[in-house]
Design a protein around this ligand. Sequence first.
Ligand code: ATP
Length: 295
Amino acid sequence: MIQLYIPLNFLGVIYREIKQSLTDLDKMFGLLEREREVADRPGARELVVQGAAVRFEDVHFAYEPSRPILQGLSFEIPAGKKVAVVGPSGAGKSTLARLLYRFYDVDSGRITIDGQALSEVTQSSLRRAIGIVPQDTVLFNDTVAYNIAYGRPGASREQIEEAARAAHIHDFISATPRGYETLVGERGLKLSGGEKQRVAIARTLLKNPPLLIFDEATSALDSRNERAIQAELEAAAQNKTVLVIAHRLSTVVDAHEILVMEGGRIAERGSHAVLMEQDGLYARMWRLQQSGAET
Ligand code: ATP
């Protein structure tokens, strides 16, 4: 009997772990109103990453058929470059990130990484290649260590601490009575927006993926915190392919290309200098933020 019990118990543990990580991912993205319908294609291959060049090719997408969100979106992020997406609230910026992580399948067109369509590769290999620092980091009701190691299951305590140091959250964690074993989340220690974001950065640093998605927080962090987090994000992004959904235009000035989205389409595109020269929507947003920063 005991011989049977041990493997069954083991399977139970695995089942619980898989179920937990799916729940975690759902929470991370505030999903899902639409049924999860993304599945690995039979015989799907592992994604092979070379430089992690991203291409959106005429992508159309709607959460509900009656309300198109993305309407023929095409752009490229060359390997190791940063592309920034800006635009008014509801323009579809976060939707881009969700599609790149393949939380949803596109309705038409395709998204590729190093020439491989997302629909053709396994979800597990895709998600190993991508690190996300979301707008509002949801922490799981577990220890700080679990929350950081989520990026790389099986990471050692030394690796976890190294990532926390790089994200400037180690001293804070060490000062709590139970340190890395402190419970956080709804039922544990409450962290500020900035602290939560640092945990997300530590998680991403530990994972060390070739492709990064930053969904900048709209909530106001104080500007010292903001600059520190910005510096950490830049360090994490060295030599990686980056998609940044930006709310503060100061963070996009150095982007390879800036996409200005409006109503699910790209209204303007180009470098900061080119867009300023065009004197359109981007230039107006820039002037507005500059005057806001001064007051
Ligand atoms: P913000 O800057 O405010 O974060 P955004 O440009 O990132 O906005 P998205 O989150 O991509 O905007 O949303 C684009 C549109 O899709 C919005 O009109 C939103 O209401 C809608 N939308 C987002 N998520 C869902 C969902 N799960 N189901 C239905 N509609 C959704």
